[in-house]
Ligand binder design. Structure first.
Ligand code: AAL
Length: 361
């Protein structure tokens, strides 16, 4: 049978592809919708002594975000402004108990004065490491954001912060007095404005910190991922000369499989909504196209050696719902009753793989 080009591409049997994923979503207890409280951008989930632990951005805000033009010392510019990293535990992955802050904003003048948010976690050699975004004050759209780290001997803390950020934006590019990064007269590198969404993996005896970059002179939805590598968890981290390692992707979601690194590439760029795999951690290839993926997802962490299938390290977890513009509603699905929510307070839900592969939608 002759095949058109489109049908030759479609012929790739995604339904039988072990990298293909569909998702089911459900409400959870303890981290759900709450007026004036933002919960979003969770870490991966790690099991410790029979309990699941998760870390996430948490902000109590007096009003919905007012934007960068109107923000003040107390009025938030964005849902993740004026936030701290909190954590919660659960026995079953559905009923969560919010435990309180793990890492909080620093004092006036500190590199993390305005916000600590969007954490990733790594348990390694009996220690726990949280990597997260930090924002300085004042916080404008053009203020660089960096990545910092804190470590503890227990997942319950106390956490010891690094004296300085461990990954900074590239120094290229220039923004003019209008302060609009997209309109910058001199374009910078792909990660010259902000480095975001850190996720830390231990592989081949080194610490691989994947992150999202946004650049001066680019639209902020032109984000891509890079990686910075260190011999010790606290650094120093060196950015890979191959960066960026993806041409697409927003929040970073990575897991280990067969000695390589897999990732959910979400929301931004020509390869959005794909699962990709790099056997060497650098050279990512598209393995499948996925349907309605979770936003800001944190999967249950599974050790590399136990990941027998491509998606064993990406089987269930938490993710956030941007209440005001839920992608689920846009897709014509509203299993969580989001359309009824009046005010835009982001919250966490649970996702899991949907093994019904009969349809793509
Ligand atoms: C998220 C993440 C980072 C951004 C913002 C909060 O989805 O990509 O954390 O800074 O949006």
């Amino acid at each position: 049978m002759p095949l058109s080009a489109a049908m030759r591409r479609f012929n790739r049997p995604d339904k039988n592809n072990p990298w293909f994923a569909k998702f089911k979503y459900s409400k959870i207890q303890g981290l759900g919708y709450e007026k004036n409280v933002v919960r979003r951008d969770c870490s991966s989930i790690i099991p410790v002594d029979g309990k699941y632990y998760v870390w996430y951005t948490r902000a109590r805000q007096p009003c919905p975000p007012v934007g960068f033009e109107r923000m003040t010392a107390v009025l938030p510019a964005t849902p993740w402004d004026l936030a701290d990293v909190w954590y919660a535990t659960s026995l079953d992955g559905y009923r969560w108990e919010e435990q309180g802050p793990a890492v909080e904003r620093g004092p006036a003048g500190a590199y993390d004065e305005r916000g600590v948010f969007t954490p990733g976690v790594l348990a390694h050699d009996g220690r726990y490491y949280l990597v997260y975004q930090v924002a300085r004050s004042p916080n404008f759209r053009a203020t660089p954001e960096s990545i910092a780290i804190a470590w503890a001997d227990s997942p319950d803390g106390p956490w010891n912060k690094s004296p300085a950020p461990i990954v900074e934006p590239d120094e290229s590019g220039e923004i003019d007095e209008n302060g609009v990064p997209e309109d910058a007269p001199v374009q910078g590198a792909w990660d010259s404005l902000q480095v975001h969404d850190p996720a830390l993996l231990f592989r081949e005896g080194q610490f691989w910190l994947y992150y999202k970059g946004e650049g001066i002179g680019y639209h902020h939805m032109e984000s891509k991922w890079g990686v910075a590598i260190a011999d010790s968890p606290l650094g120093p981290y060196t950015k890979s000369p191959f960066n960026p390692v993806t041409n697409s992707g927003h929040e970073v979601v990575v897991w280990q499989y067969a000695g390589g690194v897999a990732g959910l590439v979400n929301r931004c760029g020509p390869e959005k909504n794909t699962i990709q795999f790099a056997p060497d951690g650098i050279n990512f290839e598209v393995m499948s196209q996925v349907v309605v993926p979770p936003q800001g997802a944190g999967p249950l962490h599974v050790a590399d050696a136990e990941n027998t299938e491509p998606l064993s390290g990406f089987s269930w977890g938490l993710s956030h719902v941007i209440a005001a513009s839920s992608h689920l509603i846009k897709q014509g699905q509203d299993p969580l009753g989001l359309a009824a929510i009046e005010e835009p307070w982001d919250f966490l839900i649970r996702w899991e793989l949907d093994h019904d592969r009969r349809t793509y939608i």
